[in-house]
Ligand binder design. Structure first.
Ligand SMILES: *Cc1c(COP(=O)(O)O)cnc(C)c1O
Length: 456
């Protein structure tokens, strides 16, 4: 058997990449005030800012788009997708929304109240944001190993059951439900084991609490279970997925991830207990229950995408892609969060720029260097994103300085990854010449999106 794992698709429609020179990129980055968020996408060669809604749809999905029924109420496309989602999840009720954060907002508005507390392995930013906005405490309870970037373990997304039980005992009255994010995006795209899902569900049941999963990357998680958890080696992905869902009472999903579409999301619920409340909030915030926030054509594309996202050859290639880049980084002596997760590789900037003071934002500096050297756009997850400027002008810094390279689905080929590995290795070689940055202008919240910088 040849060893190369090929992309399990061929290309039918192409989108040109506009080539730029280093001199052009220097000007472009300067004009963007050294913030890659402010670049035009056309000026980026390899765009690994996010895997959310950025993937390529299949010819079957594009075909399905023409089948979209745009009726306001009771559209055929709704019923088609409902059937697919019921089959995949085993849940009775499907509520479409325009993306994941809207699913969260609709569900939380119906079920949570100020003063509540929701445990999770790690809340994603929008989940935390939606809860905190309502005055609900969003508590992260991932196992300790999930916070150690260099430690290799198969399921670093697992929730710490002892910790959750303690919280259930002490704060039970404040807890409307427990959550679990699969895979754990905030923790590096790390998977959760079936054993952990099962045990967490049992624990919540013991305390009479419903179990809601954030299932943005349920298919990638299922593939990790197949590859790493004993007893699942020969189980088909749809069966693993079905078992994962069987323990939950409901789920929120951003279809922009494993739904393989550019926009969309949904809630699923097993019982009808919250249904009336959820649907009336949906009508206020998103739209009529048979389209939520989506066009009929988007419902069709999602019905196909959810099935394609569970294809085993695709998933094997998908997870191997991140692992492959990880191996190349290892060869170049560049550190990263281990093992590589499903949708992204997180470079540890401190291994490339060990001498740069954190006050010069090494991960931001590395992000800029990747763009200048090779036109690659990643995202800093470090002290610009998570640090804070205090009243007296001093700053708090983040514990880690990471650059996340997140991979759009079915979009870049192996040669793009080989190229990226060369660029990263070259940047590491030239580390001594990489300059740090200082912030010249920043907003109060979420400063990384719009802040402006200059070289130190
Ligand atoms: C992307 C994401 C969301 C939010 O979804 P959007 O479609 O971006 O609103 C929620 N949870 C997780 C784990 C995600 O990755």
């Amino acid at each position: 058997m040849p060893k190369t794992l090929i992309e399990p698709f061929r290309i039918k429609s192409v989108e040109p990449i506009r080539m730029t020179t280093r001199a052009e990129r220097e000007q472009l980055l300067q004009a963007a005030h050294l913030n890659v968020f402010k670049l035009r996408a056309d000026d980026v060669l390899i765009d690994w800012l996010t895997d959310s809604g950025t993937g390529a749809m299949s010819s079957r999905q594009w075909g399905a788009i023409m089948e979209g029924d745009e009726s306001y109420a009771g559209a055929r496309s709704y019923y088609r997708l409902e059937k697919v989602i019921q089959d995949i999840t085993g849940m009775a009720h499907f509520i479409p929304t325009h993306q994941g954060r809207a699913a969260e907002k609709v569900l939380f508005t119906a079920v949570c109240k100020k003063g509540d507390l929701v445990p999770n392995n790690c809340h994603f930013d929008t989940t935390r944001g939606n809860l905190e906005y309502m005055g609900v405490e969003a508590l992260d309870c991932v196992e300790a190993v999930g916070l150690q970037p260099a430690t290799i373990a198969p399921f670093k997304g697992n929730i710490d059951l002892a910790r959750v039980e303690e919280v259930l005992q002490k704060e039970g009255a404040r807890i409307p439900f427990g959550m679990l994010t699969v895979t754990n995006n905030t923790g590096g795209g790390q998977p959760v084991s079936m054993a952990n899902i099962r045990a967490y569900a049992a624990l919540l049941k013991k305390y009479g609490k419903p179990f809601i999963m954030d299932v943005c990357r349920f298919a990638e998680n299922a593939m990790f279970i197949k590859m790493r958890e004993s007893g699942y080696e020969n189980t088909p992905i749809p069966d693993i997925v079905r078992e994962m869902f069987s323990y939950a009472d409901g789920a929120t999903m951003s279809a922009k991830k494993d739904g393989m579409v550019n926009i969309g999301g949904f809630i699923v619920l097993r019982s009808d207990e919250w249904l009336d409340e959820v649907r009336s909030d949906l009508i206020m915030m998103e739209g009529f229950p048979t389209y939520g926030g989506m066009a009929g054509r988007d419902l069709e594309a999602l019905a196909v995408g959810l099935q394609e996202g569970m294809d085993e050859d695709y998933l094997r290639y998908r997870l191997r892609t991140a692992e492959y880049l990880g191996e190349k980084l290892d060869e170049a002596g560049v550190g990263f969060v281990r093992p590589t997760g499903g949708h992204a590789v997180y470079i540890d900037a401190k291994t490339v720029l060990p001498d740069m003071p954190v006050a010069h934002y090494p991960a931001w500096a590395l992000c800029n260097a990747l763009y200048l050297e090779g036109g690659i756009r990643g995202v800093e997850i470090g002290s610009v994103m998570f640090g804070k400027r205090l009243q007296d002008g001093t700053e708090t810094y983040h514990s880690m300085e990471l650059v996340r390279l997140a991979f759009p689905r079915r979009m870049y080929t192996q040669s793009h990854f080989d190229y990226a590995a060369e660029v990263i290795a070259e940047v590491k070689e030239q580390a001594a010449s990489i300059r740090g940055v200082k912030i010249t202008k920043q907003p109060k919240f979420l400063r990384h999106f719009t802040a402006e910088f200059d070289w130190v």
